[in-house]
Design a binder for this molecule. Structure first.
Ligand SMILES: Cc1cc2nc3c(=O)[nH]c(=O)nc-3n(C[C@H](O)[C@H](O)[C@H](O)COP(=O)(O)OP(=O)(O)OC[C@H]3O[C@@H](n4cnc5c(N)ncnc54)[C@H](O)[C@@H]3O)c2cc1C
Length: 306
């Protein structure tokens, strides 16, 4: 939901407006509640704060990145696609890197990206409530949000930005295998306990490739098992990125979102148009753009670890 939509939806009657203003004084009411303080939650909260809309934000800043992604990981998304949006486009990754003396590198280290998210939060979303929302109920003029400690908050609008947590897929074949033997990649922040063990990594996306590399670095013997060849994305090396004309032209023309191969990424950047396409074509675009793939920068390490 865009800020324009949030501002534009149904005119609020005067009496309700007065009541909203009264609620504004109470800490248990707000116009918009944002659930989630990852990159998307922080971005929407920053826009809402800038627009002067009374907003409360819940969740742990960059919590998913700190608790469910492995230390040592590098971002797969391109630099240009990794900025967190604020309304003035000031709190960019460029600005963060510049003020913190960090080099502009593709495959930005996760530790720096988490620090970027926290820096963004301090600047644009200073009043964050780290508590968990247990339940949302519909209520008069909006919603009642019940927090983990039992407190409740009333919000006229709710933006859900809870990310990928709890979406992990565990194939039925592993249903009865104890989690010490078969775990999902999101359960590991560090792979030290696998030192000296033989580990099979199942999958061929970035998580699988990155986990294989980090497992090998932690001293495990690793094998990747997948249904097909790994698809590698990105230029072979930095020299190609810098000097190859075809690659440079592609980079110049590519979308900022960088989801999907060029030129499909341009279309993916226009969801308003994509949603008008026949569903078969939309499915094809989704599969083509979101298929599992590994950043080419991990390829050498994967072959070394395999
Ligand atoms: C291994 C891995 C690597 C990835 N690499 C990249 C990458 O390089 N580039 C990229 O763009 N994307 C990457 N992604 C995808 C990434 O997860 C999303 O782009 C990004 O984190 C989505 O941001 P988000 O704000 O939607 O959610 P998240 O970052 O997942 O944040 C979710 C937020 O919701 C909060 N929350 C959840 N439930 C509740 C609740 N009940 N009450 C209150 N708060 C709650 C959490 O505390 C957290 O603050 C990767 C994902 C994985 C798994």
């Amino acid at each position: 939901m865009s800020v324009a939509e949030l501002q534009g939806v149904e005119p609020v009657p005067m009496r309700t407006r007065v009541r909203s203003a009264m609620r504004a004084a109470a800490p248990t009411a707000c116009h918009v509640a944002v659930i989630g303080a990852g990159p998307y939650g922080l971005a929407i909260a920053a826009h809402l704060n800038a627009a002067g809309i009374e907003t409360r934000v819940f969740g742990e800043a960059m919590g998913f990145w700190r608790k469910h992604m492995p230390r040592g990981m590098k971002l797969r998304s391109a630099w240009r696609a990794s900025h967190i949006a604020d309304h003035a486009a000031e709190l960019t990754l460029d600005h963060f890197a510049e003020t913190h003396g960090l080099e502009h590198v593709e495959n930005f280290p996760i530790e720096h990206f988490i620090a970027y998210g926290e820096w963004f939060r301090r600047k644009a979303v200073p009043h964050l409530d780290a508590r968990r929302i247990e339940r949302i109920e519909s209520a008069t003029h909006g919603f009642k949000l019940v927090l983990a400690d039992g407190e409740s908050v009333h919000a006229r609008r709710v933006v859900i930005a809870m990310g990928l947590a709890n979406q992990e897929f565990r194939p039925a074949e592993f249903a009865n295998v104890p989690s010490e033997l078969a775990s999902h990649s999101s359960a590991h922040v560090d792979f030290a306990r696998f030192r000296g063990r033989r580990v099979a990594v199942i999958g061929r996306g970035q998580s699988a490739c990155e986990s294989a590399v980090l497992l090998a670095e932690a001293g495990a013997e690793v094998e990747i098992i997948s249904r097909g060849e790994i698809i590698w994305i990105g230029p072979e090396n930095l020299d190609i990125r810098r000097h190859d004309l075809r690659w440079r032209a592609r980079e110049a023309l590519a979308s900022t979102g960088a989801v999907g191969p060029f030129p499909l990424d341009r279309l993916v950047d226009m969801p308003g148009i994509v949603r008008l396409l026949p569903s078969g074509l939309r499915d094809w675009i989704s599969i083509r753009s979101l298929r599992p793939a590994g950043a080419i920068s991990t390829r050498t390490e994967v072959s070394r670890s395999g």
